[in-house]
Design a protein around this ligand. Structure first.
Ligand SMILES: [Zn+2]
Length: 150
């Protein structure tokens, strides 16, 4: 799992807060049958107030530095992976990464981000590279119909 947590840079969240949220996300995903191998966090934001994290970095999505690190650490190929997210930044990262599929879900920030996803998707050479789903469970069901994913 790759997550932007600019709340750290903005001084609104501590690492303990992020760890607690991640533990809950991990627990819920495990219940859906999605074990998490590792959680990679970008704590940065250029407008942050915590000096050490107030930077423009290459790990904040849609940057793919953390995704690439995860692929390397876990011996995965982007072409055999899918990216699922609720923001265009997640989908943009999936496209930049060359993931087999990038799936936009409506949960979380998904509903407010769907118009942008549809707008950006319309400009793609291959709009089918961005799949639309209502929830993570729906995304998993749709991905289950794809073959060749890790
Ligand atoms: Zn970062």
């Amino acid at each position: 799992m790759v997550t932007n947590q600019s709340g750290i840079a903005r001084g609104r969240l501590s690492w303990d807060d992020v760890r607690a949220v991640n533990a809950e996300v991990e627990r819920r995903l495990r219940k859906l049958g999605v074990p998490i191998a590792e959680i990679l966090v970008c704590p940065h934001h250029p407008d942050g107030v915590v000096k050490e994290y107030a930077v423009a970095c290459s790990c904040r999505k849609p940057g793919i530095e953390l995704h690439q690190r995860a692929l390397l650490r876990h011996g995965l190929s982007a072409a055999r992976c899918a990216v699922v997210g609720d923001k265009w930044d997640d989908i943009g990262a999936g496209l930049a990464l060359g993931a087999a599929a990038s799936v936009h879900v409506l949960t979380g920030h998904g509903r407010s981000n769907r118009p942008r996803v549809l707008r950006e998707r319309a400009w793609l050479e291959n709009p089918a590279a961005v799949m639309l789903a209502t929830s993570l469970a729906d995304a998993l069901a749709r991905l289950g119909t794809l073959t060749g994913l890790s």
